[in-house]
Ligand binder design. Sequence first.
Ligand SMILES: [Mn+2]
Length: 274
Amino acid sequence: MTPPKTTVITFPFDLFGNAGTGAGAERLAEFVGELLADNKLETRKTRCDSYRGLVRVKDIPFATPKAVQGWRAVGRQAVRQCLRAGERVVWLGGNHLSVLPVYEELGADALVVQFDAHLDVYQLHDVTPNLANGNFLLHADETLPPIVNVGHRDLFLTAGEIRERFAAAYSSLDVASDPDRVVKEVRKRAEAARRVWIDIDADVFDPADVPAVHHPLPFGPPPLHLLRLLAAAFEGNVIGVSVSEFDPGRDRRDAGLGLLGWLIEWALLRWYES
Ligand SMILES: [Mn+2]
């Protein structure tokens, strides 16, 4: 049986907050394009043979006002097409809001394992009550899939409010205090779900590791803990991975690009070598 194909969807939407992250989606798409082109030229056997010819890149440009206006419908259609065809998806988003169409398409039988420093359900006095990147989970058109947050550094929401919106939330301190417990619980939830989506907001990392974000929060989990947690989520039936909030204009010596690009390549190998 041939393994499912993967579509890398470039969705550089970055309105309503954190302009500049659209360029991040495009930069990561370039990274993937170069990776695939290099792999094609490789003549000896390498690990990338496992996905040779099975990954394609699809760009969704936001070049006209009309394209911008229809962003949610366009995004939903793009992800729906792939999932219905049984393809896996790598979603290269602009700001975190750009992942909302994915959340809306997934449905209640999927599980989202979300790596994010923020719990995007903020109704603050200085946040617009309308849709924005800090509150987008409150504005979905559909019933959202259960969400497990990993790595947040929230100092605002009450435990009750977090429970209302998240199936579970493991703060950065939870991860540091007992990584084995969090790994075990994330793995258990991922294995129990019919379908798993891994959503990586670049600001989950410590700003020392990924400086290229708009709202950095200190005390991010060490990258190796995050890698263990990603591997735990990958024990489930992962149908897609999204990456957002990367702004190359704020990067330092390509630290963020290198880390996020490596993770995308790693995810492809997790899929195709298993
Ligand atoms: Mn965030």
